[in-house]
Design a protein around this ligand. Structure first.
Ligand SMILES: [Zn+2]
Ligand SMILES: [Zn+2]
Length: 364
């Protein structure tokens, strides 16, 4: 297949090595598969083009033979993250674009945990995010909810291999079928031998001659799925639960991503929630505030009688233990805090007014 490496990098055929380097860096940043919106195929393409055009000898051959370049032994196979890290300035060498997660990955690579995630060929499944609206009570007590969403799943047609059913799968030559290439890497710890997944066969050890029609060789297809999710008691609005491995399925046996569900808790007019405690306001008659009374109040557990002692002032708060929301991830519940609001009646009957006038005379 003819590939125009100049077009891939977006440079002219007489571009200087600096221009080529610049163009590659820009594309690498843009398409890096670990970035959101990254594109493993484009990243790989750019890397391949750069391998050739950044090497004077290879570039000359490419210019001369063009489409048949591969036949002359200049092809670029087996370039992985490590190559990229060294060429582009990511990683230890000069600290450009370096962060702790990179460090973790690099240690992983060095100590031989495969490091496939850093390969431009394979990718872990993407994390997915969704929002779920739940009722106030469901958040307080927990609930099982069915969640529908679309995710990438292993292709049934090709069992996730990406190869058309029954098509030949010859052994990959560059890795001799092992699916791994061993490279020597220099780092701050000295030279280290690392194994990384073989690029031409995507770490599988065999070559796909015919791509699966269903998934176009991806090994995955997008599907609507339903998942029964346990909402933990005590979750609050805006909080997120994480379901490991329920995101997009990884490619070619790579791990699946995670599913993050952000809770949207519908408010309840009667209560204001603060952590595991609930606050409510209870109207109280003047006579009840003076004489004391037992009044019914609304709780999450239904109606409950609350005792108000004689002489209760407006604004007094009563704590009703164990009638709040469940604590998240531990036993017990918060309280319901009821604040009484003593309100004078808006209008009085003649008889009521006369009685109150009488009380006033009595000095009340
Ligand atoms: Zn398939
Ligand atoms: Zn291979």
């Amino acid at each position: 297949m003819k590939k125009d490496y100049y077009a891939i990098l977006g440079v002219s055929t007489n571009a200087t090595s600096d221009e080529i380097k610049k163009a590659f860096r820009k594309l690498a940043h843009q398409h890096h598969p670990d970035k959101e919106g990254g594109d493993a195929t484009k990243f790989k393409e750019a890397n391949e083009a750069y391998q050739v055009l950044s090497d004077d000898g290879k570039r000359k051959k490419y210019d001369q033979f063009g489409a048949d370049f591969d036949k002359y032994g200049g092809g670029s196979h087996g370039h992985s993250w490590e190559d990229y890290a060294q060429q582009s300035g990511f990683g230890f060498n000069n600290g450009v674009e370096f962060d702790m997660s990179d460090l973790g990955e690099m240690f992983g690579d060095m100590f031989g945990f495969g490091g496939g995630r850093r390969s431009s060929q394979q990718s872990r499944g993407a994390n997915l995010q969704l929002e779920l609206a739940i009722d106030f009570r469901e958040a307080a007590f927990g609930e099982k909810k069915d969640v529908r969403f679309s995710r990438q799943v292993s292709c049934v047609q090709c069992a996730g291999t990406g190869a058309e059913k029954g098509s030949p799968r010859p052994t990959c030559k560059p890795c001799n079928g092992s699916g791994q290439v061993v490279t020597i890497k220099r780092s701050i710890f000295g030279a280290m031998q690392t194994a990384s997944p073989c690029a031409p066969c995507k770490g599988t050890g065999t070559i796909i001659e015919k791509s699966c029609k269903e998934c176009h060789g991806e090994g995955r297809t997008r599907k609507d799925v339903m998942l029964s999710v346990s909402i933990p008691a005590g979750i609050d609005d805006g909080e997120t639960i994480r379901l490991r491995g329920e995101g997009d399925t990884g490619q070619h046996g790579m791990p699946s991503g995670d599913l993050f569900i952000r809770m949207r808790v519908k408010p309840d007019k009667r209560f204001v929630r603060q952590g595991a405690d609930l606050y409510c306001t209870v109207p109280l008659k003047i006579t009840d505030s003076i004489l004391g009374a037992t009044i019914p109040i609304d709780t999450l557990d239904g109606e409950v009688d609350m005792k108000v002692p004689a002489g209760t002032k407006s604004g007094t708060q009563f704590r009703l233990a164990n009638l709040g929301v469940h604590y998240l991830n531990k036993n017990g519940r918060g309280s319901l805090i009821a604040q009484v609001d003593v309100a004078p009646p808006k209008s009085l009957y003649k008889k009521q007014k006369e009685l109150l006038e009488q009380l006033k005379k009595e000095g009340l």
